[in-house]
Design a protein. Structure first.
Lengths: 578, 257
């Protein structure tokens, strides 16, 4: 049976839920399709907080959205579009107030106002938090509103392709995990809010489900991916599982120390120390490790210590209970008494589906918001606490714009044969994949998809990490091309059956391969160092040639690159010092 | 070496459920039960179905019944998150000292099995929805945030940490016999709003949970408190709810409401 709605939101994380609420508030019929139950989305794992210049903190009374904008632009190494940044920071205070009115349990100051803490790269304590479970609290709050407003959610539906013709999107094809069937959802507008693609890497703070497929469906449908070479490596993930230790640890006063028990950040960012932006702190840690000043674990590699012991048991249990939980459960240590072994890990995808300030893409009726999108407000390096904010501000704007677009059009006449055509196309593609039939001979082979995934992860970790060089990147690119070839010979037995997670992971892998290629091509082309993109062979930022966004357009032969100027309003590029 | 005995059932073809045994090697320190399940899916049996996402005890996808032992099956079983259950804690020596471990895995109880370890959460979420899990207030909204003292905020500590994993529900003997019982997760959520200083819907909330299949159905057996991977005490919250409902009744009785 074909599902129909005015606005279809793909993804039940913060961006998706916020977009859905907004579109529905505009009187439209909204459906959310998500491969996970919304409350399982990775937004719920966000720990440290969300930025807004509320000026609640005693040391932050002179804060304002303009200063927030400046910090964001400087943090981005001047690659962010400044008009978009200004929209975001201006909207931020009201975002927090609305969350509070909806019941979000932020931590409080003694005067009863929302609590704020210092975060990296910020001039004031600006990050609003609920202990170290901020993402969980906000995600629950938005889901509560979705229930209140009776928005329909299709849980455990994996969207695998968009229905696009004449540069207009009219729905999606989804794999319904429970029924095991492909289904058509027709919609006046589609908002993609599928989150980050961190699991292209192995050492990542992201959920297993944060893959490239969401970005890939828009990319394959003709929307460019923007600035994909900018991957954030978070300075502090625990060794082994690479689960995040929030920047809040350092915001509350935690130290980073090397094997000589030295607070090495004084060498790299004497002013801001541990609270320099993430790109700088991660490079510093990696440098310490490379120079033999870190520790080494035989299985998990180099690391340094994150030491929060001096904060004391009371502060740690009150403000960082999740950190204690993670250290206890996964490392068997108590961070009140012992330092935490940490190493940088992939954390955030700054790039993504190319959109404007309203989530609009090059394809009519197709929108994107949240981590999968690139507006761009983070440029070459995102500040901690700005991503949760982005999901809400631009989720809302995309929802509003999509609603307007659908309402403004003559009642859509669904083209009867079009969705069917797309469905058949996907069906036969999957058939090939799973049964080894068909002209492409995909599926006839012997390749284990998980081996391909592991090799992709290793390639990205080793060659497309914090420090990059032309020869490494070239090597990575040919590696990815070889993996793509092997993917065509994948062994994926199984048919359309209920909870066929194997098929799901195969499709996720296919998305990862496409997106990985765009990342590496972007990184190879950008012959400068800016923000998170650090080329050993081109160590300086080069505003003359590279103050511009990278666009990767999908073709059957692979990504083709072009570029676009950065929007600069108030803040002229300067050298970045902390 | 580890023997994973995993519950299998595919309602579309199987008449009965069974346990399949898989031999999983030690994957080194830090190995979790979830790592073991992924090893099976990726190397041994690509039809195995289980949910997971965050691998960090944060998303609530992977609650299941896990029991372990070096010898006989079924000892020390509990509802746990597969992702934050280290093999080494379950079976000391299994990772580094070549102790052979037996690990038995079953899906959450009291919910229909859709496939293997994947259960149907419809009822679980329906109960959650019926208690109106969202802030209700008749107060006029302030320009900025509500003023909430740290003391008021503390009243909902912990209760707000629920990740809706269902471990408590699976462990609750009351839920076993009564599918209409709201369950610890839903009652906990009701308490979370009832004790939030910003919420003004006490009367309505009390009605929503003060019935036969609500708070008073709880027999304070405390399984939920024992199993909760987030160290929440749903039974305690339900006790606070009951108290509030009783006080409310008394107040009405004495005409002071
Ligand atoms: C551990 C961690 C901590 C963080 N802490 C902070 C923080 O303190 N502050 C901050 O600002 N940022 C933080 N971030 C970043 C921030 O949490 C994320 O960028 C943000 O939550 C992403 O939200 P989203 O809605 O875009 O995506 P997600 O929350 O990842 O949601 C994606 C949704 O899309 C669905 N989906 C994906 N693909 C498909 C598909 N093909 N078909 C159907 N559905 C699909 C998923 O089911 C999910 O519902 C953190 C990130 C991590 C990893
Ligand atoms: S109360 Fe605990 S066990 Fe129950 S659903 Fe919530 S987190 Fe899980
Ligand atoms: S996978 Fe998220 S709680 Fe286990």
């Amino acid at each position: 049976m074909i599902k129909r709605c005015d606005v279809l939101v793909v993804g039940g994380g913060l961006a998706g839920l916020r977009a859905a609420l907004e579109a529905q508030a505009n009187g439209l019929n909204v459906v959310i399709a998500s491969k996970l139950y919304p409350v399982r989305s990775h937004s719920g794992a966000a720990q440290g907080g969300i930025n807004a210049a509320l000026a609640n903190h005693p040391e932050g009374q002179n804060d304002n959205p303009g200063l927030h904008a400046f910090d964001t632009v400087k943090g981005s190494d001047y690659l962010a579009d400044q008009d978009a940044v200004e929209i975001m920071t201006a909207a931020a205070p009201d975002v927090i107030y609305q969350l509070d009115h909806w019941g979000c349990p932020f931590s409080r100051l003694a005067n009863g106002r929302v609590a704020q803490r210092p975060f990296g790269g910020a001039g004031f304590p600006r990050t609003c938090y609920g202990a170290d479970k901020t993402g969980h609290y906000i995600l629950q709050t938005l889901y509560e509103q979705v229930i209140k407003n009776h928005i329909e959610t299709l849980n455990e539906w994996l969207v695998i392709s968009l229905i696009v013709e004449n540069k207009t999107c009219s729905g999606v094809i989804a794999f319904n995990l429970q029924s095991g069937q492909l289904e058509i959802i027709e919609a006046g507008a589609v908002i993609v809010a599928t989150g980050g693609s961190g699991r292209i890497y192995g050492k990542s703070s992201n959920a297993f489900t944060s893959t490239g497929l969401g970005m890939a469906i828009a990319y394959r449908a003709g929307v460019p991916l923007k600035d994909m070479e900018f991957i954030q490596f978070h300075p502090t993930t625990i060794i082994g599982k690479n689960i995040l230790m929030t920047e809040g640890c350092r915001g509350e006063g935690g130290y980073l120390v090397n094997k000589n028990n030295e607070r090495f950040m004084k060498k790299y960012a004497p002013d801001k120390m541990e609270l320099a932006p993430r790109d700088i702190v991660s490079r510093s840690i990696q440098t310490e490790i490379n120079e033999g000043l870190g520790f080494t674990d035989p299985a998990f590699g180099g690391y340094v210590y994150l030491d929060i012991r001096h904060l004391g048991a009371d502060k740690i249990t009150e403000r960082l209970p999740g950190v204690v939980e993670i250290c206890t459960d996964f490392l068997g240590i108590n961070p009140i008494k012992e330092p935490i072994p940490v190493q940088p890990g992939q954390h955030y995808t700054m790039g993504g589906i190319d959109t404007d300030k309203d989530g609009v893409t090059e394809v009519q009726g197709l929108y994107a918001a949240g981590e999968c999108a690139c507006v761009s407000v983070h440029g070459a390096n995102r500040l901690g606490g700005n991503s949760l904010l982005e999901t809400l501000v631009f989720g809302q704007r995309a929802g509003a714009h999509a609603a307007q677009y659908v309402a403004g059009r003559a009642k859509q006449k669904f083209n009867e044969s079009l969705p069917d055509y797309f469905l058949k196309q996907q069906e036969s593609r999957l058939q090939q994949l799973t049964m080894g039939a068909g002209p492409d001979k995909i599926g006839a082979g012997t390749e284990n998809p998980y081996q391909i995934r592991n090799e992709l992860n290793k390639t990205m970790d080793a060659l497309v990490g914090i420090f990059r060089t032309e020869s490494d990147l070239k090597y990575a690119l040919s590696g990815i091309e070889a993996l793509k070839q092997r993917f065509r010979k994948i062994k994926a037995p199984g048919i359309f059956s209920s909870f066929n997670y194997h098929l799901l992971w195969v499709l996720e892998l296919e998305g990862n391969l496409d997106v990985a290629e765009a990342i590496v091509k972007g990184a190879l082309a950008r012959r400068e160092s800016r923000g998170s993109h650090s080329r050993r062979d081109f160590p300086k930022r080069d505003d003359v040639h590279w103050l511009k966004h990278t666009l990767a357009t999908y073709t059957k032969e692979g990504a083709v690159l072009s570029d676009r100027p950065v929007t600069i309003t108030k803040f002229q590029p300067q050298e970045r010092k902390y | 070496m580890l023997n994973f005995h995993v519950f299998r059932f595919d309602p579309s073809k199987d008449k009965e459920s069974r346990f399949d045994r898989f031999e999983v090697p030690s994957l080194g320190s830090g190995m979790t039960v979830l790592d073991g399940l992924y090893y099976i899916l990726e190397n041994l049996d690509q039809t195995l179905a289980f949910r997971s996402s965050c691998r960090a005890g944060a998303c609530g996808s992977c609650a299941m019944h896990i029991s372990a032992g070096g010898g006989a099956l079924g000892g020390n079983g509990q509802y746990r998150l597969a992702c934050n259950t280290l093999i080494e804690t379950l079976i000391p020596g299994a990772i580094n000292n070549n102790v052979t471990g037996q690990i038995m895995i079953r899906p959450l109880a009291h919910l229909p099995v859709l496939k293997d370890l994947v259960v149907d959460l419809t009822n679980f979420f329906r109960h959650y929805e019926t208690i109106k899990p969202y802030l209700i207030t008749t107060a006029s909204l302030p320009d900025k945030e509500f003023i909430q003292s740290t003391k008021q905020r503390k009243k909902i500590d912990k209760m707000i940490d629920c990740i809706l994993c269902g471990a408590c529900y699976g462990s609750c003997p009351v839920a076993a016999g009564r599918p209409d019982y709201l369950g610890p997760h839903a009652l906990l959520k009701a308490a979370r709003f009832l004790f939030d200083s910003r919420d003004t819907a006490d009367e309505e909330r009390i009605k929503l949970v003060g019935h036969n299949a609500g708070a008073f159905r709880c027999h304070t057996i405390f399984n939920c408190q024992q199993v909760c991977p987030k160290d929440i005490d749903p039974a305690g919250a339900i006790a606070r709810l009951k108290m509030k409902i009783i006080l409310d009744k008394l107040r009405r009785f004495f005409g002071r409401s």
